[in-house]
Design a protein around this ligand. Sequence first.
Ligand SMILES: [Mn+2]
Length: 497
Amino acid sequence: MWYNGSVAIGDGNMKKKVIRWKIVNPNQKPRIIENLYKQPIYDMYEIELEYNTGEKEVTKVFCEHDTIEDLNEADIRLKNEFFGGRVKRLKEEQGRNDYIFLGRVMIDDDGRFAFDREYIMPNTQVSAQRYFDEKAYPALKQVLEQERSSSNNQQQVQNSQANNATVGKHYAISDVHGMLGSYMEAIRKLNDKDKLIILGDAIDRGKYGIDILQDIMQRQGEHGKKPQVTYMLGNHDFAFIEFIEVMKRCNLTIDELNYIVEARDLKIALGSIGIDIKMYEGRNEKVPSNLLARRSKYQIEQEDITRKLKDMQDKKGISEKEIENLGIWLVNNKGFNTANGFLQLDEGKQKELYNFLINSLVVSTERVKGQKFLFTHAAPPNILDCGNEEDLMINVTFEQMRKKYGFEQTRRFLEDRKGTAKNKFKDWKKFGFITVCGHEPKAGEIVEDANNGFICIDAGCGSNHKLALYCLEDRKTEMIEAKEEDKRTTQDFDDLR
Ligand SMILES: [Mn+2]
């Protein structure tokens, strides 16, 4: 049976399309889901897209049980541009034709990403297990070791050729997001004299963020492994530091972390269901009983989890805000891979990693071929705060910034958006600087904004799998395509940030 509906397709530039749905094989699950969930909670569907031109195509979708009817009756009639946008993105940019799709993304009042129906879990017990499964990580380690040893061999061969280079160049990459293969390939393309500046967010989304950070640690400083690497922090690194500090201060257990994840899952699910119910009510239509039943079930679970979290607040001294921040990082920002990796390390290695992070730079400057560059994850600092510095050539670590401006101000700095920070870029431009930054991906492209004086090199490594290796001397970019193994670790997610 086909369900019919119409939907606006495209990101921003809407093109109208008509779609229809059909259940193909309710018991077939995507492989990645099978790994994550112990219950067959997803059905596979085919959707037929019909373009205005009359052209038709069929693509596969995986949906949570029972939600396809909701989508048909509700979401499709509702303007659901994200659905179309996602189909388009996944098909065009990733060449994929199977994925999980559960509906819309919701943006909160501040224009920030709030929830995503991808995270609705009918069984939150199961969903929480996926984040902190002690057995999951070692299996991945094996894959990692294979990648390492093959890249080491190649590295040796390459080094013997490349070491003869007399002068090194400066390169920058950003927002690697756990894609170890892409990171290693960037490293392999450099010679021993080159310098690589990483503009933050090496972690989260993909599975190997911790391994990337550990490799970077070995390459830091004059006497480190070559080529030399400088790591700067992004907003994901900030959230990771917050996680480590709260974990340590409050001595949280794995169970308690899972409560935080469950609470977040439930909040997202209830938020999404709430939107649907409001929509039916707004149209004076009967709210489907399965939707109401799901809401009651989640509400009961939420009451239970709220009690547990209250208990944690009293006994462990974790604040409500910290619980929320951790939940957002672990679930929405896909920090669970990083958290899992971190928890597998012994205490000494954990400490080493933490010290590395808090002493990493958040702002740095460099002269390359006479041109002044400012490096930062999101946007430059307010130039007035840096006025006393000689020539404005500054290097600021996370700890220095936190001491001077506080934790929350540092968070805001690392989360800054290009749209609102234009004047900061322009101020630095007046003093002859080009800002090189990341943070806001453009699929498969770097953005050179000469007017505002910045180059954003985030080509979306963690979402559409393109890593831009930017050479400052040549002002040229090389695009690195992610390895299949890395792609699989993010295949069940797609996100804008
Ligand atoms: Mn970022």
